[in-house]
Design a protein around this ligand. Structure first.
Ligand code: GLN
Length: 191
């Protein structure tokens, strides 16, 4: 299995380290050619407005939209969640998202950089105790559509959700030193 990580900006190296630790081949995606052989895709955290611009200048937006339409498994974390949402509140006007999962997210909905925080999260059906959630200028999920399943919440708001094999988290699982969420996602990709 090969897993692509969008590597235009943001925390892509940290996702790569998790995949390395799990023994999974990672492909850093910077050009449309890099998408050729991948079985799943990770959209990392970073700055969704910048990533949205770079998706256009790198000509990656259309081929990624095609892969998503074909149902490629994808995990979007933080800014990656914003890129996958159907509705982005408080986004820049020219910011565009793929609309791959039916959620409305508010950019920086937890506040500014100094409001970043960590919280233990109870994830549905995840053995081994709470997952350490690292939230950095995180998007706040304001609503989820009927096809979206919430896997974890914090202070009443969903923070981990899925629609089939489209997974999104408002926190950074790649920064927690805990491999379980990547592992679980990839187990489902294989099965
Ligand atoms: N606030 C960022 C954005 O709007 C997301 C932050 C993150 O990915 N850590 O894109």
């Amino acid at each position: 299995m090969k897993v692509g990580i969008l590597a235009l900006q943001g925390a892509f190296r940290e996702h790569r380290e998790v995949l390395d630790a799990l023994g999974v081949e990672a492909i850093e995606v910077r050009t449309p050619e890099d998408l050729g052989a991948i079985d799943a895709l990770i959209l990392p955290g970073g700055e969704s407005t910048t990533m949205s611009k770079l998706l256009d200048s790198s000509e990656l937006r259309a081929p990624i939209a095609d892969l998503l339409a074909d149902g490629i498994p994808v995990f979007g974390t933080c800014a990656g969640m914003i890129l996958l949402a159907t509705e982005v509140l408080d986004g820049r006007r020219d910011q565009r998202s793929f609309g791959a999962i039916d959620i409305a997210v508010r950019r920086n909905g937890y506040g500014r950089q100094r409001d970043s925080f960590e919280a233990p999260l109870d994830v549905a059906d995840l053995a081994g105790g709470p997952f350490p959630g690292v939230f950095i200028r995180a998007p706040l999920v304001e609503s989820v559509g009927p096809g979206t399943v919430v896997m974890a919440s914090h202070a009443g708001a969903p923070v981990l959700a899925r629609s089939g094999l489209v997974w999104v988290s408002s926190f950074h699982p790649e920064l927690s030193g805990d491999l379980r969420l990547h592992q679980r996602f990839l187990e489902e990709v294989i099965s």
